[in-house]
Design a protein around this ligand. Sequence first.
Ligand SMILES: [Fe+2]
Length: 314
Amino acid sequence: MNNILIQKSEKFWYKLANYFLRNYRCLIQDPRLFLMGKFARFEIVRDWAAMLLKHPTQSPEISQEHPSILGELDVCAIASTIERDSCYQGLQLPEGVVQELVKFASSTVGYINRDTQRPWRCTGTEQVRVDLPKNARVCSYMSNGKLSSTLKKLEKDPGILAVAAKFLGAEPVHLGSEISWSFPVPAENHVQQRQAAQVFHYDLDDYRFIKFFFYLTDVDMSSGPHTYVSGSHKGKKLLHQVIGTRCADIDDEKLVELYGEQNVVNICGKAGFGFVENPLCFHRGTQPTEKPRLMLQIEYTVNDYGNIHEALGY
Ligand SMILES: [Fe+2]
């Protein structure tokens, strides 16, 4: 019994020391990032930051010379829908682009549970059914995603950049992209669910930031639909602003009760279907129960902080 208590106490002090060390390093190396990590969680601070943002001098435009892969887009309507509802649904990738991205995913090494020690090549849904490595819940292409020329084109697409610029009120900075599989394998505990972003949480990557999502396989209620709580990017309880990304430790049921079950939206769609979200709203990738899901995410921020997740430890 005593040994267990000593181990627990050691673990606690180790975590605390690690927390202060990481914060100290971040403060010394990039005070801007440190301040953002501490204060962007507060709505009032984000509102001030938004007022200070300069509107892009040359807003990206969709034109005949610079068409969007996504076709015609009503940029203002999309941005105002996100501002009100946290998310806009209704983007569509052409079939050819989806096929290119799926082909890329099936021919490139990804990493099981984002662990660089566990490379794996996933050739598709059939292989997932018969030959899935042990405890594999996610397979992410991580930095290998940069090898896709189709993805590179999408990151610079005039339509995507125009929506991002309009929403951000600033020139979009590409923070990162990820292609990843989610498999129908139940997590063993809350930590695993959290690592797979399968619990309600909100992200804190900047004062304003935006994420584009595209399904690359058909997604229904059995294949892990993305879920968000409409309007929850605003008006969070003060405690939930104070604890920031630690909101992921709160039970989903509790958050749904507080922010309204009627506001929970599950997004289903065929391969190619896309949506764009303010990740400050509560959201999660639901655990697939029957079929795997392949999805692409592209994220833009206002400020360029480099590798923020490593520096801030989330
Ligand atoms: Fe997230």
